[in-house]
Ligand binder design. Structure first.
Ligand SMILES: [Zn+2]
Length: 104
């Protein structure tokens, strides 16, 4: 099973860095439950439930698991993950955060 994110956009190519606009669009990937944004290479991808659970596990290990309830796809769709690196840029700082869509 392929749990790689579906890369949907590079923020470098988006006018005004309108990440929120992209996050509010419907998912393209049938399996997608949330988005993951790489702060290093600025790519945005859609992630499935297994991938989201992996990121939540990493947040737990890093000790920055948020108060947010992230149990169901409906919960996850309200948030996006921000990682320190991704499969596109390969290596970087291990960090995972979540943000609610529309909040700065
Ligand atoms: Zn990256």
């Amino acid at each position: 099973m392929n749990n790689s994110p579906l890369i949907t956009a590079s923020l470098k190519k988006i006018p005004n860095n309108d990440l929120t606009g992209l996050l509010k669009k419907p998912f393209i990937w049938r399996e997608a439950v949330s988005h993951c944004f790489c702060s290093q290479c600025q790519t945005l991808g859609e992630i499935n439930l297994d991938h989201a659970r992996g990121l939540i596990r990493t947040m737990r290990i890093l000790g920055n698991l948020p108060e947010a309830t992230l149990e169901t796809p409906a919960d996850l769709a309200k948030y996006y993950f921000i990682t320190g690196y991704c499969e596109t840029c390969g290596i970087g700082p291990v960090s995972v955060k979540i943000k609610k869509i529309g909040e700065n």
